[in-house]
Each structure stands twice: as structure tokens, then as C-alpha cells.
Design a protein around this ligand. Structure first.
Ligand SMILES: Cc1cc2nc3c(=O)[nH]c(=O)nc-3n(C[C@H](O)[C@H](O)[C@H](O)COP(=O)(O)OP(=O)(O)OC[C@H]3O[C@@H](n4cnc5c(N)ncnc54)[C@H](O)[C@@H]3O)c2cc1C
Length: 484
């Protein structure tokens, strides 16, 4: 093993590899001959930008970034990484919270150029390539009066979110994003293109709906669409002096609301935004974000109690095209900030849990903090826990504690503040969403996948990726001994 490869392999605790690094530096330049897309190498003008990912906490130097244009490019890159035993990152939108879209000394398969979307409005279906972002998907569907439930931030990629689950603006109305998946086209570790659906490779299709990037590189997704058009959306902001009462009331109203209403609450310091009165900027606030799909006057009635939890300091709730709702979370799109996040599921948001949340958050709140809570349920909870690899169907709530900050801010202090709230909530928590995990180790991955689910995922991993080529993810380790 060359000195460089040995050092980088050891220095990166994020890379849970079972793949042994090559004794020779892989001849990545050979990919120039076969890849239709651009191959970006160290020293190229684009390298500095392309080696980075959304989470600025990860500062890695891959040996090459292969920008794939089509399935043939993906096959070429997968075969190359496998044959040369290279560490392999697969990235679509680059928003992996643990920075899995880049690595040291390995190959990155970058799918961000694969952005074709084909809409069939009469069947209400679409074919999405993985490099699209959810903002691009929403914009493309809006003229058809259609939409697709996904995450809440426009710049998140189709590839990563669709394989992980997808808790979004319409989760109670239409379920998780994976619940609307019809089929996946996938290049597996052996370089073969496969199709997975309810009819073809059904067990693989089961695992792809929640199992993340463990089984191959997805090159296209066929999805069911929903009515979109105009929704009642936006946010209402309150001073946090009564945060505990407001959140308890929020949880009660949101859980009892019809499925058409999906919501999120957040605790933060008020940003210096034009809609916040100047004397309130920088003070603690509670925000309630809403998305109601359906009849707008009925939506006004359903949403009204959430607008009257106290005297609002700003109320931005209004009818809007679905694609406009992402403006509310544009702060999440800023690339290059360090991000320290930890998340947990909850059976329910009990009064005691919410009191603990507010107390723990108040003691660490800084301009970098965003604590978000979502009341789940609705369509998401009516899918059987064993129907997909996302088994936490019964969870009524999810909390994500985050700190976003420039790289100059002390990382240890941000991580400690995140951890403080996480630990306070732990006695009430049960499970975690794999796509909200940071690098938290195998035990936490097992909390994302209950034992029966985990065992099925291991069996799939043994079948489709026995050497763990696809290990830069929330990794399901294969147990089969491979001789290849
Ligand atoms: C700001 C922000 C907001 C978020 N909001 C939400 C939200 O509202 N709801 C929600 O459910 N999630 C949300 N997430 C989590 C998000 O779903 C995951 O981080 C997701 O993996 C990001 O997908 P990506 O394609 O952008 O990231 P990437 O970094 O490109 O991919 C993440 C991982 O997914 C796998 N992967 C990506 N593309 C492919 C592919 N084509 N084939 C095989 N494997 C692939 C790889 O393992 C890769 O490491 C958010 C994340 C961030 C950073």
C-alpha cells in the first residue's frame, strides 16, 4: 500500500470500508478513454469545487470524480472502482449529512448531470434521473398541476432522498417519497443494470425503499405523482417566551388534523429577515411551518388554530404554488457550512418530552441552532412496517437538532450543543431515520432498521454487494464471504 493511500484510509473514520485498498495507485486516467462525462482529477480547475460536498465539515481529496452522463458511464465507473478496489462514493445532490459524497483517495461517481425528467400527466407518473434536485422536480411538475412529496429543502438530491425514505411537505397526505416509487433502475456492484419493482426483483425493490445506497447506483426512478397546484403553505412565528405551551398545543393540533395538513415546528433565534420586526431579530422564536394540500377554504379552517397559538410576530401563511414553499427553508441550501445534526424518532410528543426539549434547547440556543420537530402519522403510518425497509411507520414524531455554521466556528462547541439536546431527549426516543444519521456507528444504524428489517437488508447485501463496494453510506455490512 502506498504511503498516501495508507494514511488516507486510516485518517478517515467515516469510511467504514471492507474493501481493501489497492497496492498500486489506480490508473484513474484510463477512465478518460471510456467515460462520456467529464473526469475531474486533482489539479484540474474544477477539482477544488467538485471534491467538496454540501456539509463543509468534510474536507476530502478523492483521486478522481467521474461525472456520469448515462447508464453506460455508471457501469464503467462501477466496474473500474470494483476492479481497482477503490473507495467509492456515489453522489446525486451531495447533501449527505455525514459527507459520504466525497472521500480521500477514491473515486466519486457524480450523477448531478443526470437530470432528465419525463412526465406522463395522464397516468400521473414521472421518470426521474437521480441528479435532479427536489426543487427542480417541483418546478417541472408545477405547470402540470402535479407534485411529488419529498424533503423540505429544494437543493436536496433525488438520488439520496428517494433511497432513504423522504419525509417531506406532504408526508401525511401522500406518505414517504418511497411510498410513491414504482420502480428503480440500478447498476449493481457487478456492473449490471437491473430493474426493481413490485414485479421484478421485488425483494431488491423492498430494500431500495429505505435501505439507502447499499445495493448499487440508481440511474432512474419511476414515481407516482399527486395533485399539486396551489397549496396553503408558509409559516407563522411566535416569541418563544411561551415555547413550551405553544409546542404542546402545536403537537395536539397537528396530530389531530386531517392528513392533508403536514407541519413542522422549529426553535431558533429569529433571523435578520425582512419579515421579522427589527426589535425581535436575534430573539428566541417558535416557527410553525405548514403545507395543506386540498380545498383552500377548508385548509384555512384547519390551519387557523396553528395561527392563533399566541400573538404572531410574523404570519407568512398564504395560498402559493407548491414549488414556492421551498423558499421557507432556503437557509438549508447554503453549501459549505459545517453541519452538526442529530435526530431521533418518538412514539409520541408527550408533554414531558416537549418540556425537556424546550429546556434543553433554551440553554444552548445560538445563531447557529435550528431544532425542528415534525408531527408524522397520516398516510405514512398506514403502510405496513415490513412493506419497505423503512420500518418506523408507527412513529408520531421526529426531532432534528442542527447547528449550521461557517468553518471558522469551533466545531467541538457546535457538536457539544447538538449533543446536549440529543441526550436530554434520549429517554423519550425510539429509533432514528437513516437519512438523518450522521457518522454515529453501527449501533445507531441498527436503530434505524429493527432486527427483522436489518436481517433482510443483510441478505440483500450478501446477494448484490458481497464485497461491500458500496460502503460509504449508512452501511449494512455483508456477512457472506466473497472469493472475488
Ligand atoms: C439541508 C438538508 C435538508 C434535508 N431535508 C430532508 C427532508 O426534509 N426530508 C428527508 O427525508 N430528508 C432530508 N434530508 C436528508 C436527505 O434525504 C439525505 O441527506 C439524502 O441522502 C440526500 O440526498 P442527496 O442526493 O442530496 O445526497 P448525496 O450526498 O448525493 O447522497 C447521499 C447518499 O445517498 C446515496 N446515493 C445518492 N445518490 C445515489 C444513487 N443515485 N444511487 C445509489 N445511492 C445513492 C449514497 O450512499 C450517498 O452517499 C436533508 C438533508 C439536508 C442536508
Amino acid at each position: 500500500m502506498s504511503q498516501h493511500y495508507q494514511e488516507t484510509a486510516q485518517s478517515d473514520q467515516n469510511q467504514q470500508s471492507q474493501t481493501v485498498a489497492s497496492p498500486e495507485k489506480p490508473p484513474v486516467e484510463k477512465l478518460f478513454l471510456t467515460l462520456r462525462g467529464e473526469l475531474i482529477l486533482p489539479g484540474d480547475p474544477a477539482y477544488e469545487a467538485e471534491r467538496k460536498v454540501w456539509n463543509g465539515a468534510f474536507n476530502h481529496y478523492p483521486a478522481a470524480i467521474g461525472c456520469c452522463m448515462d447508464v453506460e458511464d455508471v457501469k464503467t465507473a462501477v466496474n473500474f472502482a470494483r476492479e481497482h478496489r477503490m473507495t467509492l462514493s456515489v453522489r446525486s445532490g451531495g447533501h449527505s449529512i455525514p459527507g459520504h459524497g466525497t472521500n480521500d483517495g477514491g473515486l466519486v461517481i457524480d450523477l448531478s448531470s443526470m437530470k432528465t425528467i419525463t412526465v406522463d400527466p395522464s397516468r400521473r407518473t414521472a421518470r426521474l434521473e437521480p441528479g435532479l434536485t427536489w426543487g427542480e422536480v417541483a418546478n417541472a411538475l408545477q405547470p402540470f398541476g402535479l407534485a411529488m412529496t419529498a424533503g423540505d429543502v429544494a437543493s436536496v438530491g433525488v438520488g439520496g432522498l428517494l433511497l432513504g425514505g423522504g419525509i417531506g411537505w406532504m408526508v401525511r397526505a401522500y406518505g414517504l417519497t418511497i411510498d410513491n416509487l414504482r420502480s428503480v433502475e440500478l447498476v449493481t456492484a457487478d456492473g449490471q443494470l437491473r430493474r426493481a419493482s413490485a414485479e421484478e426483483n421485488p425483494e431488491l425493490f423492498w430494500g431500495l425503499r429505505g435501505g439507502g445506497g447499499n445495493f448499487g447506483v440508481a440511474t432512474a426512478f419511476e414515481v407516482n405523482l399527486h395533485p399539486g397546484g396551489t397549496i396553503l403553505g408558509g409559516a407563522v412565528f411566535y416569541e418563544a417566551t411561551e415555547a413550551e405551551r405553544i409546542l404542546k398545543e402545536y403537537a395536539r393540533v397537528a396530530a389531530a388534523a386531517p392528513d392533508q395538513l403536514s407541519t413542522e415546528a422549529m426553535l431558533a433565534l429569529a433571523p435578520p429577515a425582512p419579515f421579522i420586526p427589527p426589535d425581535k431579530q436575534g430573539t428566541p422564536i417558535v416557527g410553525i411551518l405548514v403545507c395543506y394540500t386540498g380545498d383552500l377554504s377548508e385548509g384555512e379552517r384547519v390551519v387557523a388554530p396553528l395561527r392563533q397559538l399566541a400573538t404572531p410576530i410574523a404570519d407568512l401563511i398564504a395560498p402559493m404554488p407548491y414549488s414556492d414553499i421551498f423558499a421557507l427553508t432556503a437557509v438549508g441550501e447554503v453549501p459549505g457550512l459545517q453541519h452538526h445534526g442529530r435526530s431521533q424518532f418518538f412514539e409520541t410528543f408527550s408533554d414531558e418530552m416537549l418540556q425537556t426539549l424546550v429546556q434543553a434547547t433554551q440553554s444552548i440556543l445560538s445563531p447557529e441552532t435550528v431544532v425542528s420537530l415534525r408531527v408524522l402519522g397520516g398516510a405514512m403510518s398506514r403502510v405496513a412496517p415490513d412493506a419497505t425497509a423503512f420500518a418506523h411507520r408507527d412513529k408520531q414524531g421526529v426531532v432534528l437538532v442542527t447547528h449550521f455554521a461557517p468553518l471558522s466556528v469551533d466545531a467541538n462547541s457546535l457538536a457539544a450543543r447538538t449533543q446536549h439536546v440529543f441526550q436530554a431527549l434520549s429517554p423519550y426516543a425510539n429509533g432514528v431515520y437513516a437519512s438523518f444519521l450522521a457518522n454515529e456507528g453501527e449501533q445507531r444504524i441498527r436503530e434505524a432498521y429493527p432486527p427483522d428489517t436489518y436481517a433482510r437488508l443483510v441478505a440483500l447485501k450478501n446477494q448484490y454487494d458481497p464485497t461491500n463496494l458500496f460502503h460509504l453510506n449508512q452501511n449494512i455490512k455483508p456477512t457472506a464471504v466473497s472469493t472475488s
